[in-house]
Design a protein around this ligand. Sequence first.
Ligand code: ATP
Ligand code: MG
Length: 635
Amino acid sequence: MSRYKINTLEEYFKEYKKSVREPRKFWDKIASENFTWYQQWDKVVDFNMAEAEIKWFTEAKVNITKNCIDRHLIKKGDKTAIIFEPNDPKEEALHISYNELHQRVCKMANVLREQGIKKGDRVCIYLPMIPELAITTLACARIGAIHSVVFAGFSASAVATRINDSDCKMVITSDGGYRGNKTIDLKGIIDESLVNCPGVSNVLVVKRTNTSINMKAGRDQWLQPLLDEASDNNVAEIMDAEDPLFILYTSGSTGKPKGMVHTTAGYMVYTAYTFKNVFNYEENDVFWCTADIGWITGHSYILYGPLLNGATTVIFEGVPSYPDFSRFWEVIEKHKVTQFYTAPTAIRALAKESLDYVRKFPLKSLKVIGSVGEPINEEAWHWYNDHVGDKRCPVVDTWWQTETGGIMISPIAFVTPTKPTYASLPLPGIQPVLMDEKRNEIEGNQVTGSLCIKFPWPGIARTIWGDHQRYKDTYFSTFPGKYFTGDGALRDEVGYYRITGRVDDVVIVSGHNLGTAPIEDAINEHPAVAESAIVGFPHDIKGNALYGFVILKESGEYRDRENLTNEINQQISNHIGPIAKLDKIQFVSGLPKTRSGKIMRRILRKIAEGDYSNFGDTSTLLNPEIVEEIKNGKI
Ligand code: ATP
Ligand code: MG
């Protein structure tokens, strides 16, 4: 799989130019040289952006698990595919070899078939971060069932909505899950949600916590006895390139979650290619992405991307704060992790704690560190770079979305020079453009606009499950002929991209377009501030004014609030200009966040407007109690 590795900046520019000039030839070569196919494609890509119809590698036949597992067995059957690091550090970590993974996925695939699951059926997987989550997901892919993994932190009603939206026939769950010092009653949540899911007739239960649970006769079965009976001989389903591989709901920070549909061949080619290049993957590396498999980051860079490259990937069951704030660093040391990939929200949370937690560990094995999920503010970037990467590991700030399947704009480790808060350059095959309000493409550098992509790439989602019209409306109508990301971006003097936040979050103050990310960045640089969020609210004179919600590092302890407010505004003035000063500042102890750690700004907007009537779909909210606190204005 080394045939598509980019090694120098010069090579990057050469590949990039080729990919724009002759995208078909570019992807054709990558796809034919690096994967196992049952049958080749007739067309590399076939698309109509206006209708949101996109197909890659048409007529090709493939099975992604043959590429993730079977083809590695001859040369590296004994190599570790998955390292499982349990929640409790006292519990032994597991090393699952490619041979063992093959055997377990085959058995699981046979169980699914015996239970009547066929190609095209939807299976909901609601499991904690244990090996069975990877194995059941891959088993679905092996028999052509469409997996819908739902993050095991969602409530019963959120799970029910997702099960019903995609008509899942089966649910795979566990008796419970560990998270830090808590045990979560996953089966109880499923029982509650299934009251509203008439289509589910079969529930398979993994034993993890040995909690006593209800087993509903005729519906629920323990998985292990079925596996014990199953053969480990399994013939993989021959899939069409465009057969759906999975449905995954977006994290829901902007509205009703969308069931994004990813198909087989394009997703396979794209995740494998981006994994290899962005993270500079080499044969003996140990890759650790701390996301949950329930998010796209986990799908693409815990499971598919690493396994397609025959890598060793870490599955971590726990949380960064348990047993204490050194857990991440301890795990890196323990398994000699070479690439570490996490989210700004985790970095900020850990940066708030004593440096001793990270200093205790030399972290010499690390070579690349990555960030994903939100803009990483400058202070967090430096903390990560200085204390985790020791200024020697490139920080890859990877911009992408559930909809894009894989990383789109990002430094390539050891190739692209990094710049704090900049996702930097598009990967080969990706053609970003910035658009103005009049829907014209903005040429040149040092400009900002709405970020669109003007040519399809293999990993793009093909539709929203059951609602192609919504897919078309959301992504292809604002700027006809282009994929609209919903994000705003700045292109600097050398063509580097910086994501400035969601376009919906841009606030127009006295006629100036202000992105939220740069303002928050300025505020967060104040030594007293841990985190902040900015929203607009209607203002008689300016049209809109800015409202800042600010979390202090040691809440309560801090001096004079009025002084602090002035200092924060001075900070904004210095970095951005007086126009971006906040009209109101509210000090809070937390911010409403989705379960993937993103700020739900639409709730803050409502609060800033003084409208407490309808916060919309809040089922993906991690900390609903904070909404009350902010509403009441107390800390
Ligand atoms: P929803 O679409 O349901 O509102 P979501 O957009 O949070 O949810 P995801 O697909 O998980 O769901 O997140 C993608 C978004 O995350 C991007 O559109 C962007 O706003 C933000 N994002 C991801 N990575 C980065 C990054 N490196 N820099 C800046 N923003 C990022
Ligand atoms: Mg989104």
